[in-house]
Design a protein around this ligand. Sequence first.
Ligand SMILES: Cc1ncc(COP(=O)(O)O)c(C=O)c1O
Length: 382
Amino acid sequence: MNIYLDNAATTYPKPETVINSMCNYMSNLGASPGRGSYFSALESSRLVYECRESLCDIFNFNKAENVIFTSNVTNALNILLKGFIKPGYHVITTSMEHNSVLRPLFDLKDSLNLDLDIIQCDSNGLLDIEKFKNTIKDNTKLVVMTHSSNIIGTVEPLEEVGAICKRLGIDFIVDCAQTAGITNVDFNRLNCSALAFTGHKGLLGPQGIGGFLLTDEFNKKCNSLILGGTGSLSSEPTQPDFLPDKFESGTLNTPGIVGLNAGLKFIKEVGLSSIEEKEQYLTHILLSGLLNMDKVKVYGLSNSKDRTSAISVNFTNMDSSEVSFMLDSTYGIMTRTGLHCAPLAHKTIGTYPIGTLRFSVGYFNDEKDIYYTLDSLNKIIK
Ligand SMILES: Cc1ncc(COP(=O)(O)O)c(C=O)c1O
């Protein structure tokens, strides 16, 4: 028996169509997009453009050329944060962020003397809007936040944050690593300046592909960090200033983009709401089962409707790493322990430095997986 419950790290398995489309591209096309005018190069460019359009579709965005590909959301966030932030800026983030937001910000705090406020969320990981409003200053230029927590799944009130940012002219970057392809992520409703995504989690693509979408206004304020060959304006010594070329130097990960596009098509065919419903249902069964176990301490909100699938637990009688090891070695159930690259989030829920054992269901799990997991866990911690 093999049960994969680490979908917050990366989703597994991937749809067959994702694998087939990548193999097909590698076997039958293979040329570099934007780098030639023979058939297979043009066809590669077309496939890349198609994926930009699919991303516009899922994120309710209307400019395919403003969809930029990177290798993952970490890379996207680094480009956005380091390309935008200047000395004298005040930036707001929260205690629930992943290190892919925190580390670039800490680095900028050191190098540019950035004025950084990290708002402490409550023990369920929720941002308090009043606290947020009170943190804004005259020189606040940017708010950067995750859409949902990668350790306890708490969905943050981003529409409220985005509306406030819009009213006050503050730019707003959203990290949708945990929500894209799982719940509705609407660029316009969130009022974001840029949305950073990763392709290998809910979007069901392969590892090594991600990116960001940005408005024209935000683009004007954001420098590109990486310069080089774009296949365009090659005689010029300077980087093109138009999108997507400004941010896409070097050969793209075309197999990854093709796979991501197949993942996006799969989501469209199944329906985002069906995916959300199924994940919420499985999360509900797992969460209720865990909440009913004597020796289990469950963190975060108890209503599965207010959260994505990441569930963090500890045990009164055993170490979580030992439990995770036994789940894997004896029962074939894969989970992740530790700090999940979000140390401040663990401080927020009171589990730093030991961390937690995290379960995260995905679309390809079923009820049997969940009942078997609860049953196996009961046997381990009895
Ligand atoms: C909220 C959040 N942000 C950022 C990341 C980093 O994702 P990637 O490793 O794909 O860059 C993750 C993944 O663990 C995440 O959950």
